[in-house]
Design a protein around this ligand. Structure first.
Ligand code: 5GP
Ligand code: ZN
Length: 116
């Protein structure tokens, strides 16, 4: 299926390469890059190439949701000790600021309870 693009969306622009990012993974359906303001020693975002608003929309494509989780685990193993926290902020009240779904992968060292 063709990927959906929102020209106003910052993560669509990162996927397109119009905005630079420090990529740590890319494949046909997702990219992953370092968060601009890291909240943990390893803080990367796993982002489907297609423009979906949030994890509720991503859940309508179960294989893509599973792939996001799988890539997150691989990156935690490559970049840290394998342990990680996977966070989808969903909706403004939950702290979502970019409305193109992204999984926060937080890893490295001891993560405090309640940290993100
Ligand atoms: P949210 O608050 O929507 O769950 O997370 C958005 C995340 O994207 C934030 O952690 C923020 O630091 C990160 N972010 C926002 N804009 C950019 C950008 O242009 N480049 C990168 N690498 N991260 C970004
Ligand atoms: Zn987008």
């Amino acid at each position: 299926a063709a990927i959906r693009v929102d020209p106003e969306c910052v993560f669509c622009r990162i996927v397109a390469g119009d905005i630079p990012s420090e990529r740590v993974h890319e494949d046909e359906s997702v990219i992953a890059f370092k968060d601009l303001s890291p909240k943990a020693p390893v803080h990367v975002l796993v982002v489907p190439r297609t423009h979906l608003r949030d994890v509720r929309e991503l859940a309508t494509e179960p294989s893509l949701l599973a792939h996001v989780a799988s890539v997150a685990g691989d990156l935690a193993a490559d970049l840290a000790d394998g342990d990680f926290r996977l966070v989808f902020n969903t909706g403004a009240h939950a702290g979502q600021t970019v409305f193109h779904v992204h999984a926060h992968v937080l890893a490295g060292g001891e993560l405090a309870e309640g940290e993100m």
